[in-house]
Ligand binder design. Structure first.
Ligand SMILES: *[C@@H]1O[C@H](CO)[C@@H](O)[C@H](O)[C@H]1NC(C)=O
Length: 289
């Protein structure tokens, strides 16, 4: 009993498989697929695929449609004529799939070529890197400032600048490559900008320090000079006194005395004892400051 059941199931399976495979791979069905009855005749609405309509109405639906002849096809179930199959004959075209009564030929292109449209009705040269397809179905080199790093694509302009901050252009680009950027190895512009600011700050500090130093130095020199002058006047004072003491002595023709006098004269004019005292005061004031 269970054996019979299994056997019958198997038979059913085989039968259905057989019928399906017959309808798929077997001869194409001919005639009208869908019709309406009018009195004593039938009128066809739809032919079987790959059939063309011969008569709209007739006694037998089988005779209303006939299959397309070899080398022709149709995709329209109500067409009264079949279409010629496309031939893959273009210079670079090759057959991809042969024509059937229900489907036109499928063409492809030889190696190094590409289909020029969706139906592959023509082929175009396949463009390499550094080139792009043109209107003449061949390739043009990318013009200067443009590049293409892919097969059969449009040239694109070089990137104008590096995408990230702190990068610099290490390669300016060619027909197959965009510009190339790398992080700047020595301190790049971006980092030098802030240091530039601090540099100018440093400069200011240096200038200030130098100025201060110079002013201090000048003050020191002035003080030093004043001290020397003070020392000179104080050391000269007894000489002046001596001179005044010497002066009354009768003049002689001795050249030494003459020199003495001529030397001492401006000294007396420049600073009297009272004047030098004043300068001494101002000197101490300066020093105390
Ligand atoms: C295109 O570029 C290649 C080299 O990159 C060169 O040999 C060829 O002559 C160029 N073709 C044209 C039409 O300029």
């Amino acid at each position: 009993m269970p054996v019979e059941l299994v056997f019958s199931i198997l038979l059913i399976c085989l039968f259905t498989l057989g019928s399906v495979s017959h309808s798929v791979s077997g001869e194409m069905e001919t005639g009208c697929m869908d019709w309406r009855t009018h009195d004593t005749v039938v009128c066809c609405n739809k032919c079987f695929p790959g059939n063309r309509l011969v008569n709209t109405c007739g006694p037998d639906p089988k005779t209303l449609c006939v299959p397309c002849k070899d080398g022709t096809y149709t995709t329209n179930p109500k067409a009264d004529a079949c279409l010629w199959c496309t031939q893959c004959v273009g210079g670079a075209q090759v057959l991809k799939k042969a024509c059937t009564q229900t489907k036109d030929t499928e063409c492809d292109c030889k190696k190094g070529f590409r289909c020029g449209d969706v139906e592959c009705s023509f082929c175009v040269e396949e463009c390499g890197k550094g080139q792009e397809p043109n209107q003449a179905r061949s390739c043009s080199n990318c013009t200067h400032g443009n590049f293409n790093d892919q097969i059969h694509a449009k040239c694109r302009p070089w990137t104008k600048k590096c995408p990230n901050l702190g990068e610099e252009i290490v390669f300016s680009g060619n027909s197959v490559s965009d510009i190339q950027c790398h992080p700047a190895i020595p301190k790049p512009e971006v980092i030098t900008l802030p240091t530039k600011g601090s540099d100018s700050k440093d400069d200011r500090v240096v200038v200030l320090a130098l100025t201060t130093f110079c002013v201090l130095f000048i003050i020191l020199v002035i003080c030093f000079l004043l001290i020397i002058k003070h020392n000179l006047t104080t050391s000269k004072r007894p000489a002046v006194i001596e001179k005044t003491l010497v002066e009354p002595t009768p003049p002689t023709d001795d050249p030494r005395t003459l020199i003495d006098v001529s030397f001492h004269q401006p000294q007396q004019e420049q600073g009297s004892s009272s004047e030098s005292l004043h300068s001494q005061d101002s000197e101490t004031k300066l020093l105390s400051v």
